[in-house]
Design a protein around this ligand. Structure first.
Ligand SMILES: [Mg+2]
Length: 172
């Protein structure tokens, strides 16, 4: 297993279905915020994302936010969508994810991390032994040269992940 590869890759968070979660054997999600639920540092929530969150709740999926952002950034957003949060999670270190799983009352294998960044969300989930679903960033951070540099490396990793998926596809 590669520490930089997710268990599942989706374009958008709203593409994740109950059937995907059942296949992974998970009942709870540890959600990243920036560029996963909303644009970087935004308080706006798309109707599609809010409908998806409501649907997951109705289906009995436990949800919490786990983010490296401050409580100041997260609290208004989390309150609006009615979710608890772990702030300053120090991803890719495992502690924030483990706190999130504990808060949901689920063992870590029954949770999945959902996030857009390979070096925080995906690496951290794999280090913590938690399944993970990678989504593509909602919007690239064009004003942040260091983030754009990381995104280039992420694209390289994603391409090798996709090639591996093609090779291991049944029937190919
Ligand atoms: Mg993010």
């Amino acid at each position: 297993m590669c520490l930089f590869y997710p268990d599942l890759l989706k374009d958008r968070i709203t593409d994740i279905t109950l059937s995907d979660l059942e296949k992974l054997g998970v009942q709870g999600l540890l959600l990243d915020v920036d560029n996963t639920l909303t644009k970087h540092n935004s308080q706006h929530l798309d109707k599609g994302v809010s409908d998806w969150l409501e649907m997951m709740k109705r289906l009995g999926i436990e949800l919490t936010i786990v983010s490296n952002a401050s409580a100041k950034r997260l609290e208004p957003f989390a309150n609006r969508i009615g979710l608890k949060y772990v702030s300053r999670a120090c991803k890719p270190l495992p502690f924030g994810f483990l706190r999130g799983a504990k808060r949901l009352g689920l063992p870590r294998k029954k949770c999945a991390v959902v996030g857009d960044q390979v070096f925080t969300d995906i690496l951290g989930a794999n280090l913590a032994g938690i399944p993970c679903i990678q989504v593509l960033p909602i919007e690239l951070e064009k004003d942040h040269p260091f983030m754009m540099f990381k995104r280039r490396i992420e694209r390289y990793i994603l391409n090798s992940y996709r090639k591996k998926q093609q090779r291991t596809k049944p029937g190919s």
